[in-house]
Design a protein around this ligand. Structure first.
Ligand SMILES: Nc1ncnc2c1ncn2[C@@H]1O[C@H](COP(=O)(O)OP(=O)(O)O)[C@@H](O)[C@H]1O
Ligand SMILES: CC(C)(COP(=O)(O)O)[C@@H](O)C(=O)NCCC(=O)O
Length: 330
């Protein structure tokens, strides 16, 4: 499907984000964007990219060169400037505080490819000449356990704002930003479709933390009782939204589900094991239902409305390749 046809079908293009004649974004085609990589070296091999990509994501070295090297260079400027600003403020305030992690948020729909972007960025950033310590945390570990979701009749709201322990999310980010040592991030298993009880990843004062999840750009409700509650993105120094037209993400979700039947679902420990043995037609119906009744609704109601809050939007086209980049003006 060409971009022109998709637009004719009513999907808004990124350059429609405007307030009157002002748009808060600068827009680039992927080829225009690629030029901003300048002399940034390619530090990943094809084998490494293959290891980092998720099932069904065709990202290759050409895509890393086209999109991710410029992004790595841009992030390097942001991290450097934040370090400089921090030092200037230390002088201004006559303090001697230590710099705390630079946090990058990555948002977007289920099945849009956030994990691949996050893992590729993590590796590229860690290979900067300054060798920063880069950690990656996904928000699924902060979901309530299935037992709680079942008890509260919310299992079919998995991924919706109410399915996350928001207080734990905010406590985690605030500990990271406070520069605390050995902060615990809870873990989730896509195999068991549940949080892993008592399993944590320890995050120990990284230079950069990538925080990835469908709802990380969500805004809070209006304050009640005059009490202002922070939101996850208050802790971000830079945010990225991975975008694509709904019909493409739908296609990617169903295709991935059908592929997982041949791989992950075959494992008897997989929550979805029963879907590995049913007929192709029945499996398609299940995937379509999961998409239509959970993930599409969440995309429309909770995820897509956060897109205009991102510093950078990567708009993917067919084959998961980025076609357009929108960068928020300073
Ligand atoms: N049911 C599943 N079984 C195994 N892996 C899964 C399952 N669902 C998703 N995944 C994997 O989990 C990761 C996160 O998926 P998702 O939350 O849809 O975000 P995204 O596709 O944007 O990375 C991906 O690497 C995906 O391949
Ligand atoms: C676990 C997820 C909510 C993603 O969580 P995230 O890491 O983005 O916080 C998602 O992959 C999911 O399982 N959604 C529920 C509907 C479904 O099974 O597709």
């Amino acid at each position: 499907m060409t971009t022109a046809i998709r637009q004719a079908e009513g999907e808004e293009a990124l350059d429609h984000f405007q307030v009157g004649s002002y748009s808060p974004y600068l827009f680039f085609s992927s080829d225009e964007w690629a030029r901003f990589r300048a002399d940034t070296p390619l530090t990943l091999t094809l084998d490494e990219v293959h290891r980092l990509r998720s099932i069904d994501d065709p990202i290759d070295l050409a895509e890393v060169r086209r999109i991710y090297l410029a992004l790595s260079r841009l992030l390097s400027s942001h991290v450097e400037s934040s370090q400089l600003l921090f030092e200037q403020r230390n002088r201004f305030l006559s303090t001697n505080a230590s710099k705390t992690p630079f946090i990058i948020g990555i948002a977007g729909s289920v099945a849009v490819g956030k994990s691949t972007t996050a893992r590729v960025l993590k590796e590229l950033l860690a290979r900067w000449p300054s060798s920063p310590k880069v950690d990656l945390v996904t928000t699924d570990g902060f979901l309530y356990p299935n037992a709680t979701l079942v008890r509260e009749n919310k299992l079919n709201r998995k991924g919706f704002p109410e399915s996350y322990d928001t207080a734990a999310l905010l406590r985690f980010l605030s500990a990271i930003k406070a520069g605390q040592q050995n902060v615990k991030a809870p873990r989730y298993s896509h195999l068991t479709y549940d949080v892993l009880p008592d399993q944590h990843t320890i995050i120990d004062r990284p230079d950069i933390l990538i925080f990835e999840g469908i709802n990380v750009l969500q805004s809070r409700d209006l304050p009640r009782d005059g009490k202002i509650v922070p939101m996850v993105s208050d802790f971000f120094d830079f945010s990225i939204y991975i975008d694509a037209e709904e019909s493409l993400i739908h296609h990617w979700y169903v295709k991935r589900f059908m592929k997982l039947r041949q791989t992950a679902f075959r494992d008897p420990n997989s929550y979805f094991h029963r879907y590995a043995t049913i007929s192709e037609e029945e499996a398609l119906t299940i995937a379509e239902n999961l998409w239509a009744h959970i993930n599409l609704i969440n995309l429309r109601d909770n995820i897509k409305p956060t897109r205009p809050r991102a510093d950078l939007i990567l708009r993917k086209g067919e084959n998961h390749l980025v076609e357009q980049v929108a960068l928020r003006k300073l």
